[in-house]
Structures are given as structure tokens and as C-alpha cells.
Design a protein around this ligand. Sequence first.
Ligand code: GRG
Length: 308
Amino acid sequence: MVLATEMGSSQPESSFDLSTYLVKRKEAIEVALDSALPVIYPETIYEAMRYSLLAGGKRLRPILCLASCELAGGTISMAMPTACALEMIHTMSLIHDDLPAMDNDDYRRGQLTNHKVYGENIAVLAGDGLLSYAFEFVATKTENVPPQQVLQVIAHLARAVGAAGLVSGQVVDMESEGKTDVSLETLNYIHAHKTGALLEASVVCGAILAGASAADLQRLYRFAQNIGLAFQIVDDILDITATQEELGKTAGKDVQAGKVTYPSLWGIEESRRQALQLVDDAKAQLAVFGSKAIPLLAIADFITSRSN
Ligand code: GRG
């Protein structure tokens, strides 16, 4: 496990540089993920799991988890197993989302999708393997955290992933495909579950590990809900405005699939305005934390300024 001392900790306000922070955190997470999942027998499944897990990506969920844990007074090493688990769960959801039975995509994170390389049967199992290993990893690798808090994290993650979270978001998304009369309420439901639930769990679980108070968890929960929705609005905009090279996956999928999106309801400019407003509202939730919130505030801004 990578220790905080090997990576440096949050920098003071005057010198905070988000790009350097994101690069360093991403590097630390990549190292931890790489060592978390060695290839053993039967090699095919471990290779398929590693193929998608180590394919890059922004590592936003683990970065949020580490930042939130630090904000609440914890350390990076306390949160790293949960951070890795979040990325395993996220990667699993991407593998399954890309399957022909779901979104049917050929590219993800700049490379062929899992099923294109390993076949659908192995891709399903690679997702299953990553999902279950995520929970094993939190339960067995978390150190220096009271067991009650680890249990709370496991329960929170499970809820975010299951029918109360990602699964329901995906179901309503699939049921809405091709319909032109999808309401804003339904769209918000889809994305609060499909995208928001795991981003929210990333922030809240980091703080739970650090033993945050109920009031602070509520503030972080509201912060995460707002950035989750902003993240999805920006995702919808990028699907229209960015290239396949920038996105690392097929661009223009939403229009092609006849999906109702935020830009299709509001237009691009209004969607941008709404995303910025959500980020402002999110940041307001963290005012009480003062300079300890600097990394999370900067990450919130990154959500609307990102290009992939
Ligand atoms: C979780 C049990 C279980 C089943 C999965 C397929 C499915 C059910 C849900 C779909 C979830 C999904 C793919 C949501 C999209 C979320 C999203 C906006 C992904 C893109 O995230 P980024 O931009 O990607 O952070 P990178 O590659 O940077 O990590």
C-alpha cells in the first residue's frame, strides 16, 4: 500500500496547484491498483480485470475519496483501500455498460472495450470479479480505522452500487432510450443513480473512514450530490463537443442512441450555466472547512473545466 509520506500531503492554499495534485494522486492510485491485483491462475480472468482497471481514466472517484478523508482529518493510507475499491467498482460498471446488451461500445479509455478483447463471457466475469474483489479489498486491507467505520463504508458502497444506486440508474436509462418525452425529473433520477451515487459514495466514504461527524458527512453529501450532477451535465456536453481522441470512447453516442440529455433539454449554453451553478452550490457547502477544503474545491472546479 502506498503511504502518505511517499506522496506528500495537501499543500497550503497559496501554493496549491491542482494539476500537480491530480497527477501525484493519480500516480499513487495507479501504483496501489497495480499491486492490488496480481495475475494468478486462471490468468485470463486476472488479465481481463487488469486490462480495464489499469487502462487509465481520470481516477476521479479515488481522488475524491482520499481528499475527503484528509479534509476530515484522516490520512491517505487509511483511505487507499477504499479508493482502490471505488475504482474497481467504477471500472466494473464501465465494462458492463460497454457490453452489447447495454450501451454496446467498442472503445473505452482510449482502447478496445473489454469484451472486444476477451469476449463477452470473460468481460461479464471480469466485471463480476472486480465488483466482489472491491468489497474483499476494503474489508481485508483497511488499516488503522475502527471496524465500525469500515463496516459503514462497506454498507455505503454496496448501497451505491446496487438497486438503490447504479443498477437502478442504468435500468431507467435503458427504459428511457429512444423515448422523446423523458422528463427532467427522470433524467435527474437516472444520473443521480447512474453517475451520482458512486461519486457521492467516494466523498462520503472518505470522510466516514476519518470518523467525520454526522453534520460534516451531511455537508460532504450535499457537496457530492451537486458535483455529481454537474459532472453528468458536463459529460453530456462533452459527448457533443469533444472528439473520440479526447474522450477515449466513441463521441456523439447520445444523439446516435436517441437519448434525452441535458443539452437536448436545455441547449449547450444553459447546460454549462447549470453545471457552473451546481459547482458553486457544492463549494458553498464546504465553507465551514476553511483551507482544509482547498483540494475538494479545486476538484469541483475541475469537473466543469475538464475536456474528457
Ligand atoms: C454496478 C452491479 C453494477 C452494475 C452496473 C452498467 C451499470 C450497472 C451501470 C452503468 C454505470 C455507468 C457506466 C455510468 C456512467 C458514469 C460515467 C459518467 C462514467 C465516466 O466516468 P469518468 O469520466 O471515466 O470518470 P474515467 O474513464 O475517467 O474513469
